[in-house]
Write a protein that binds this ligand. Structure first.
Ligand code: SGN
Ligand code: CA
Length: 520
């Protein structure tokens, strides 16, 4: 009798606890933060760019259609590690200490978004590209690619080992994320925060086998600025990221030594992509490119024609790697629907920074010019973000951490430099006191692609950039010159706007506490 009563009481208490936890789960949203690498805004069809129209991304677009699209979202330092560190900490590079990819290691002992979420009852995980050298902290589960990772059969690092996994990297990451969601310890009890970080569409753009032929016959629109001569701009003429001059013909463009050859023209890396493929995969790779490569040798081409041919090859491969990312997003969205998680999960799709798809003749990023400065982003949250929401206000990657905390009902630490844009996505309105300018600071010089260090401010229609090591300034009027071809710094009539922007730049550097020695 006593035993039965006790059992009844226990069952009653457990039921109550379960109801409370379910209620908590309902109140506190899950977050899936999907981030790819180097995915240009031009290549996301929801933004309506001609490239995106030729090679659409319907699943990524679905997030934006069901929720919000960000039209003025930017990074604070356009390069992988630093952008990731800014996202984790809500702080500019000089504050979180990870200013360049070549930095030693991210200081994982500092305060980060996953740590705060974890301390507040969230189960946290990161699967995919990490790129911060040190071991991830603040995650209940982590499984990261070794450095940049490989497209085929990549190594994954976990707390216990480093193992090669057979398959295509984008598919593996998707599968491991679903596995984690299926089997995580706190399932049904704790809400989750999952960072799903794809390697694609990073250089050297090797598509999944099923996509080798996807864009083989697609002609992509060549940007008007493809043959930019860099006049009026200083550092633009010194970079080494030109498609027709600097791309490695074998490694990047999959060009071979001659008709029917299975030897790449130039593949410089010790971690060269072919070496991670099995023999059969290598064979199928060369077969897939054979006809097109043979065609290249059918006739002599002028340098201009070769440059245009290279552009097509670059875009065909780049967009084919995006196709697998888009499929991955579709897979995750379906998973959420199937499991009912879509009711209370915030889904974000973004990328670590923007990228050049031939604008100025370039690939890569780093510059504060629009294509690489901007971070395309879409975000959905059923019942909280109205379908079709457009965010035009200036947002930045340092805002992500405060926003997620705010969305989860957790206090935002004072020392985070970003600001929550929760109310903006929920109401579609920009608060009166929202920022009117953005600060940017790129440090990695000397470094890959030889982009000079610079800082700058974007405000209204204008952008002011200072390549401070060489004391060269640039000013652009974005409404008259959206491609940033004409540096008007010092031209008649610009004194007033230069003064205004320099004052704003100083104000931002002081607000964000940028040490002077980093500005020289
Ligand atoms: C590699 C690439 C570079 C790229 C950096 C940084 N070369 O070094 O082109 O700029 O990564 O990219 S590769 O031939 O090895 O791919 S980032 O996105 O990780 O910052
Ligand atoms: Ca990147």
């Amino acid at each position: 009798m006593m035993m039965n009563k006790f059992r009844g009481l226990m069952i009653g208490m457990l039921c109550l606890l379960a109801v409370r936890m379910a209620a908590q789960d309902k109140e506190r949203p899950n977050i899936i933060f999907i981030m790819s690498d180097d995915h240009a805004r031009q290549a996301m069809s929801i933004y309506g760019h001609p490239i995106g129209k030729v090679a659409p991304t319907p699943n990524i677009d679905r997030i934006g259609e069901e929720g919000a699209v960000f039209y003025n979202n930017y990074c604070c330092n356009s390069i992988s590690g630093p952008s990731r560190a800014a996202i984790l900490t809500g702080k500019h590079s000089h504050k979180n200490g990870f200013m360049q990819n070549s930095n030693k290691a991210f200081d994982g002992s500092q305060q980060t978004l996953p740590k705060i979420l974890q301390a507040n009852g969230y189960e946290t995980a990161i699967i995919g590209k990490w790129h911060l050298v040190s071991k991830p902290t603040g995650f209940d589960h982590w499984m990261i690619l070794n450095d940049q990772g490989d497209y085929y059969n990549p190594y994954f690092i976990t707390e216990s080992d480093t193992t090669r996994h057979y398959g295509y990297v984008t598919d593996l990451i998707t599968e491991y994320c679903e596995d984690w969601l299926d089997n995580r310890e706190g399932k049904g009890v704790k809400p989750f925060f999952l960072m799903m970080h794809h390697k694609a569409a990073h250089r050297n753009w090797v598509p999944a086998e099923r996509h080798y032929h996807l864009y083989e016959n697609t002609e992509f629109p060549v940007p008007d600025t493809y043959f930019d001569d860099y006049s009026t701009r200083y550092a633009a003429g010194l970079q080494e990221m030109n498609i027709y001059r600097d791309m490695y013909e074998g490694h990047d463009l999959k060009m071979v030594t001659g008709i029917d050859s299975d030897t790449l023209l130039y593949d410089p890396w010790p971690h060269a992509f072919l070496q991670t493929m099995t023999d059969d995969e290598q064979k199928r790779f060369f077969e897939a490119y054979r006809d097109r490569n043979n065609k290249f040798y059918e006739r002599k081409r002028t340098p201009k024609e070769v440059a245009e041919w290279k552009y097509q090859r670059y875009l065909q491969d780049y967009m084919a790697t995006i196709a697998s990312v888009d499929e991955s997003v579709g897979e995750i969205l379906d998973y959420l629907e199937r499991t009912g998680l879509d009711e209370n999960t915030i889904v974000v799709y973004t990328t670590d920074q923007g990228f050049y798809l031939g604008e100025h003749g370039w690939f890569d990023k780093r510059f504060m010019y629009e294509e690489s400065f901007c971070m395309p982003m879409v975000m959905s949250w059923k019942g909280q973000i109205a379908p079709g929401t457009k965010v035009d206000a200036l947002t930045q990657n340092i805002d992500f951490a405060p926003t997620f905390l705010d969305m989860c009902g957790i206090d935002v630490p004072e020392d985070m430099q970003g600001v929550s844009f929760k109310s903006m996505v929920e109401t579609g309105e920009t608060p009166d006191n929202w920022r009117s300018s953005l600060y940017y600071h790129y440090y990695e010089f000397p470094g890959f692609h030889s982009v000079r260090a610079h800082y700058g401010v974007k405000m209204g229609n204008y952008k002011l950039i200072h390549f401070y090591k060489d004391d060269k300034w640039e000013l652009f009027n974005l409404s008259e010159d959206p491609s940033e071809l004409h540096n008007i710094y010092g031209e008649a009539g610009t004194d007033g706007i230069i003064d205004t922007l320099k004052t704003e730049l100083k104000r931002l550097q002081s607000e964000y506490d940028v040490p002077e020695y980093l500005c020289k």
